[in-house]
Write a protein that binds this ligand. Structure first.
Ligand SMILES: Nc1ncnc2c1ncn2[C@@H]1O[C@H](COP(=O)(O)OP(=O)(O)O)[C@@H](O)[C@H]1O
Ligand SMILES: [Mg+2]
Length: 325
């Protein structure tokens, strides 16, 4: 049985020493605890002892509260260790591998290629399936697409970054940070960077919808693990995407969106793309058809596949919904 020990209290280690059938690992970084959670049956944690890297203590506390693994302070544990270990044996834990912390940006020179749709569908689908914290940030000009989508007046970047008591809106499980460039342009990159890094510390996945180039992107540029350069099969869009991918370097990957039929194949021969996405009906209903494929690429089949329903159930569901039409 695996027990996670996240405390500086050495008495806990004394209490666990020599117990048979028990293996414990130490973790004081919030990220270590998050990553070691799968398979753990009990977490002994003193939140004051933790190093907030890369997640905040608050965020980790939320993850633990939502998980099936019991957690307990060192003091509570030491008062009755046997009772806690029995409880841990009884409950069983969860072995689902958790997605690693990631920041991914959808980016392109051209408009209308699908950045907003893909960013939104990826974020909403992540929230729906993994039920873990996910944020959506915008680096766009003009009216915020995210703000327009939600309809109601919601706090945008300027207000969020300058007023500590204003919190972002959470919509369909996604924390939204809309861009209001006309206001936010007056803030320094440093201040924006500090605020947005704090947002990222509260989320497992951060998705960014970005126009390229963008005057404020320097605020998060170093945090981005993956640039998804989005293109449609038009020759000029593909050419632009290849140029941008080269400019962004090894973290860039081309996403070919709205791939149609045979006509496209000539323009596309020789283009190295990581993901191909079809034209779907109701792209702005966020049913996850597009986001799922992005998440499989980001996290791999092994990790993200765990969160998708098995094919048999998906087929049944499809048949069921068709028969309702
Ligand atoms: N895979 C897709 N299937 C169907 N429609 C799509 C797809 N991707 C994008 N669209 C549609 O194309 C239009 C432009 O997409 P959008 O995400 O707003 O582009 P961008 O943010 O790059 O300007 C929108 O109407 C959107 O619904
Ligand atoms: Mg857009």
């Amino acid at each position: 049985m695996k027990v996670l020990v996240a405390t500086k209290d050495l008495a806990v280690f004394d209490a666990l020493q020599g117990l048979t059938g028990l293996e414990y690992s130490e973790a004081l970084f919030t990220g270590q605890i998050y990553e070691s959670l799968p398979g753990a049956r009990l977490v002994i944690v003193d939140f004051d002892d933790l190093v907030e890297h890369p997640y905040s203590v608050n965020m980790l506390r939320g993850i633990l509260s939502d998980s099936d693994v019991p957690f307990v302070s060192s003091e509570e544990f030491l008062a009755e260790p046997e009772a806690w270990l029995n409880e841990a044996r009884r409950l069983g834990g969860d072995t689902t591998e958790l997605p690693t912390k990631r920041t991914v940006a959808f980016v392109s020179y051209s408009g209308g290629v699908g950045k907003t749709v893909l960013a939104m569908d990826t974020a909403v689908h992540f929230a729906r399936r993994a039920k873990l914290p996910v944020a959506l940030l915008e680096f766009t000009y003009g009216e915020s697409a995210v703000g327009a989508l939600v309809g109601a007046q919601i706090p945008a970047l300027f207000e969020l970054a300058t007023q500590p008591d204003v919190d972002p809106v959470v919509w369909n499980g996604v924390t939204l940070v809309p861009m209001d460039y006309d206001n936010s342009r007056d803030l320094s990159i440093q201040l924006l960077g500090k605020y947005l890094k704090d947002v990222m510390r509260e989320h497992v996945l951060t998705v960014i919808d970005a126009h390229w180039p963008h005057a404020l992107i320097g605020a998060v540029r170093d945090e981005i693990d993956r640039w998804y350069v989005v293109a449609t099969p038009r020759p000029d869009a593909v050419e632009n995407a290849e140029k941008l991918a080269a400019e962004l370097g090894p973290k860039a990957a081309i996403v070919l969106n709205q791939k149609g039929g045979m006509v496209d194949s000539l323009a596309l021969s020789g283009v190295e793309r990581a993901v191909e996405l079809p034209t779907v009906r109701e792209a702005d209903r966020w049913n996850g058809e597009l986001g799922k494929r992005i998440l499989l690429h980001t996290y791999g089949q092994g990790t993200w596949g765990q969160y998708e329903p098995k094919k048999m159930f998906a087929d049944l569901r499809k048949r069921f919904s068709r028969s309702k039409d």
